[in-house]
Design a protein around this ligand. Sequence first.
Ligand code: NAD
Length: 310
Amino acid sequence: MYRVLVADRVDMVLVDMLRSSGFEVDYRPGISRDELISIIGDYDVLVVRGRLRIDGEVLKAAGRLRVIARAGVGLDNIDLDYARKLGVRVVNAPAAPTQSVAELTIGLMIAAARRVVELNYMLRSGGVWRKGYGVELYGKRLLVVGFGRIGRRVAEIAKAIGMRVYAYDVVDVSGVAEAMGVGVVGDLREGIGMADVVSLHVPLTPDTYHMVNSETIEWFREGAILVNTSRGAVVDAAAVLRGLEEGRLYAYAADVLEHEPPATEAEWRLVRHPRVVLTPHIGSQTREAQRRVAVETAKRIMEVLGVGQG
Ligand code: NAD
């Protein structure tokens, strides 16, 4: 029978599904790297989230491992090339958090437009009842950069609010976009230049690293709102800060930072800036998303090992 080590905290549905299909599951969330290396040799399946680095050292100790399952999306903590060389399959649950991240994106967008955090902070800390002005999203132009799973869901919700939505992507998304009533822009500069709100939904790659930088920040319209729930390093924090300080950006709303928690002076200044709404990478931190992650991950493990569901 297959032995599974669950090395991070997951929704227990994952454990229950595997057990009811005959797997022997050890649930050890919080296990240290050294401990992991010392026992991994006994397991066929390893389930992790983003906490542990599954590199060559770990994989060398994993004599009988057949599957690494990332209960979530990002695979940046796993040495994929090395795993492939050893014939270890890596699976994840890419679609599970889409709705949760899309909802947070829209929430951040509204919070930024209506200055929810800034005005709430004034009320809480100084008892200042100030009716600060905001802006509506209705009728505004939204540029979705990266028209994949999350980008498309954000576009749908934004359209329901009455935003005029445009997509920019490196692959041809014109068919889907047209069916959704979303415009397509072929040039990022032109797209950013006409948008009232820009929302980033690209993966972090060498091409998207610091996509918003000291040069591209100049492309934004005066008073634009920038939203980033993708990966922190897609923007250069110092450039965004400058955009805010020079008044070009009305607000920055994000769920991610290049360093989490913040590590650079620019990041700390961003966190404390009144026109910044920042959450600590909670995009997929909902009960529903974690449940979907658990179900999806268990299914993928069983699929790879050819085990039917009990
Ligand atoms: P996806 O793969 O479905 O979509 C990404 C899209 O970006 C694709 O259409 C791709 O063609 C496009 N793209 C790639 N490079 C590009 C470039 N240089 N310019 C323009 N478009 C480009 O991914 P997804 O599931 O929609 O996730 C989007 C992002 O959200 C990822 O960065 C992911 O890591 C992040 N994410 C964040 C959280 C969170 O907790 N905040 C949770 C899940 C996912």
